[in-house]
Design a protein around this ligand. Structure first.
Ligand code: PMP
Length: 415
């Protein structure tokens, strides 16, 4: 189909090539093409739609807000919508978890919160080096790319990305209790030549890097060693946060309290651009103007974000529901994985998928799934992991249908 998308949009585009359909409307976990074809959505806007498309619980307050003549764009000024979001975040997220964080709206997207975290860590410690992990993904701007462990993406920068280095992400391995001897020696500088870093940045589940999930003991070990050496711990919860792993923050299971937390994607709940950086109060050292910009908290996103927190996170039923859907998802994926030798299920909660030993298999299954009416992504340095990211609110029937399409597509590809 040669049309304006082909002639005008840059070749850099990727999703519109993978899924060559014009998507017209959507509801819950279903998307519809202009041609009327229905797709079950196991992609969820790359994790920005944890509550599904056009969730009426969020749509209604948004419509009312927009029709009320209230302020839509206000940079970082005070508005009632911002107040209501901050109140909801405090009452529903921070207070019940006894978390003491200051919050900052660093810009509209995930990479903005990561940039702010790296910048703040450097400013606070007066040190420049940051440690990231192999296969990590933190965003596409220069700072976040500099801690991303993917050479292909890093090469896109066109300049050397400096002042960072990456250490092995081995916390998913059986028995990895987190003794971190190597890291410990490096930080003590017994000949490592590595400057004491300002911070370590970590994903608890590597969303883009292959769905490996760090074990709780490993995360605790990492938090301990960081604290021992005065190195700040940044958890990038852009993809794994907002309920994906079963709890609001993905690090809750490990019982750690990072110094800085990065949130975006589903924090607005409705797919509206929004990011949030949380940091311990003693790190609140920037002076006004040291980190500002135009889109630092958008009122429509505050409205849907507050509604999502109040509707879904004010009691524990939603967590139970995520737990039930996760069991269904993992069960379905296990059955599919069993049919291919060497394949296995990875991930945690509703961020899960199947690793295939042949790196081409997952991509082929994803294409076959699309043809059969399911949107599903791949993950991992070679795209070797099939990645399912259904909405946390997906109904059991849509989940069953999506898994059935996936099973048929896998059967068609692997025989
Ligand atoms: N951090 C993580 C863990 C991510 O998964 C992503 C996006 N996939 C980002 C940061 C960057 O977010 P954005 O694409 O909104 O800039």
């Amino acid at each position: 189909m040669t049309d304006i998308f082909e002639t005008l949009e840059s070749e850099v585009r990727s999703y519109c090539r993978t899924w060559d359909t014009v998507f017209d409307h959507a509801e819950g976990s279903l998307l519809y093409g202009e041609d009327g074809k229905e797709y079950v959505d196991f992609f969820s806007g790359a994790g920005a739609l944890n509550y599904g498309h056009n969730n009426p619980l969020l749509l209604q307050p948004l419509i009312e807000y927009l029709q009320s003549g209230a302020v839509v764009h206000s940079l970082d000024m005070k508005t009632p919508a911002k107040r209501r979001f901050l109140e909801a975040f405090n009452e529903v997220v921070l207070t019940p978890r006894s978390l003491d964080y200051k919050v900052m709206f660093p810009g509209p997207t995930g990479t903005n919160t990561v940039e702010s975290a790296l910048k703040l860590a450097r400013k606070v410690t007066g040190r420049h080096h940051i440690l990231g992990f192999t296969n990590a993904f933190h965003g596409m701007t220069l700072g976040s790319l500099s801690v991303t462990g993917n050479s292909m993406k890093r090469r896109g920068a066109g300049i050397p990305l400096t002042n960072t280095s990456s250490i092995p992400y081995d916390g998913y391995l059986e028995g990895s209790g987190g003794d971190f001897q190597w890291l410990s020696r490096t930080l003590e500088d017994s000949g490592s030549g590595v400057d004491l870093p300002a911070a370590v940045i970590v994903e608890t589940v590597q969303g883009e890097g292959g769905l490996r999930a760090a074990r709780a003991a490993w995360l605790r070990g990492l938090a301990e060693i960081c604290s021992l050496h005065g190195v700040l711990l940044i958890v990038d919860d852009v993809q794994a946060g907002c309920g994906r792993t079963g709890t609001f923050f993905s690090f809750e299971e490990a019982g750690i309290v990072p110094d800085i937390v990065c949130l975006s994607k589903s924090i607005s709940g409705f797919g509206l651009p929004m990011a949030l950086t949380l940091f311990k109060p003693e790190l609140d050292i920037w002076k006004p103007g040291e980190h500002n910009g135009t889109f630092r908290g958008h009122n429509p996103a505050f409205v849907t974000g507050a509604a999502a927190l109040r509707h879904f996170w004010a009691d524990s039923d939603f967590q139970l529901q995520i737990g039930e859907r996760s069991v269904q998802l993992h069960g379905g994926l296990e059955e599919i994985a069993l049919r291919t030798e060497g394949a296995h299920v990875r991930g945690r909660g509703m961020i899960a998928g199947i690793y295939y030993p042949d790196p081409e298999t997952a991509g082929k299954i994803a294409s076959e799934s699309f043809a059969r009416g399911l949107l599903v992504e791949t993950s991992g340095p070679k795209g070797e992991v099939l990645k399912a990211l259904p909405a946390l609110t997906i109904d059991p029937d849509a989940l069953r249908r999506g898994l059935a399409i996936l099973a048929d597509a896998a059967e068609a590809v692997t025989g």
